[in-house]
Design a binder for this molecule. Structure first.
Ligand code: GLP
Length: 241
């Protein structure tokens, strides 16, 4: 695992460089997309490169990590809508080429299985962008998640719902209780993992990720077993290393 400690603006440039390299080197590039605030500066940088340098996403496929269960189709915090707004529409990415698990499906286990199949049919993910929760979750794999888990329904912890309440009028009761998420086993099949974290509130999770034992209680630690994992952190997030 490589760990890079740099100012947040530089981290976004490094992540965008890695994504641009995938877009330019593969005929049918496959990107794994994350929500949350951590990747936003990366998406800004990609939008800038699209506008100023013509960086194209037209041949790329995008697969999201996770989705809330039960939000209305037009809810602004539905992750499909977040990804459309934050990245896809800004870089001219055809909507049908960006997809996520279907949190509105009537048969959720079938939707999870279908999502796994669609990732495999695309040839797997070349580069997966990741954030990390303060409790060490990646995607929505909360503490206790099997290290071999696949896309499935999960219950969100109180901690994660409180962390995400800022996107729901600061009202934790509006945050859904369940989600669909790629499993840790699914994420580990991506060929390159790029995790971003900034701020002192992430320091404990980054300490566990980089220096702790691999454990389902800190799900991101499974990345220690990946052959190509990059951890991009600012000084504050790295302050416990
Ligand atoms: C959510 C998302 C994760 C994300 C995490 C951290 O729970 N499901 O994919 O990594 O929050 O979010 P942030 O980057 O806003 O701190």
């Amino acid at each position: 695992m490589e760990v890079v400690i740099a100012p947040a603006e530089e981290l976004a440039v490094l992540a965008a460089d890695a994504i641009e390299a995938v877009l330019r080197s593969r005929d049918e590039p496959v990107l794994g997309l994350a929500t949350g605030s951590s990747p936003l500066a990366v998406y800004d940088e990609l939008a800038r490169r699209h506008a100023e340098q013509g960086l194209s996403f037209e041949r790329a496929r995008g697969f999201m990590l996770d989705e809330y269960v039960g939000l209305a189709e037009d809810h602004p915090q539905r992750y499909r809508n977040v990804i459309a707004t934050e990245i896809a529409e800004r870089v001219g990415w055809p909507a049908e080429r960006v997809t996520g698990p279907d949190g509105a499906a009537t048969d959720l286990p079938a939707a999870c299985a279908a999502y796994e199949e669609s990732i495999a049919a695309a040839g797997g993910v070349d580069l997966q962008i990741l954030g990390i929760g303060t409790d060490g979750h990646i995607a929505f794999n909360e503490p206790g998640s099997s290290l071999a888990s696949r896309t499935r329904i999960k219950t969100l912890t109180r901690q994660t719902r409180e962390d995400n309440a800022r996107f729901f009028d600061d009202d934790v009761d509006q945050v859904p209780t369940h989600c669909l998420t790629q499993g840790l086993g699914t994420i580990m099949e991506a060929r390159h993992l790029v995790l971003l974290a900034t701020g002192r509130h992430k320091a404990e999770a980054i300490h566990q990720l980089v220096e702790g034992p691999v454990s389902a209680m800190w799900p991101a630690t499974v990345m220690q077993w990946h052959q190509h994992a990059t951890v991009l952190v600012d000084e504050a997030a790295a302050s416990r290393l």
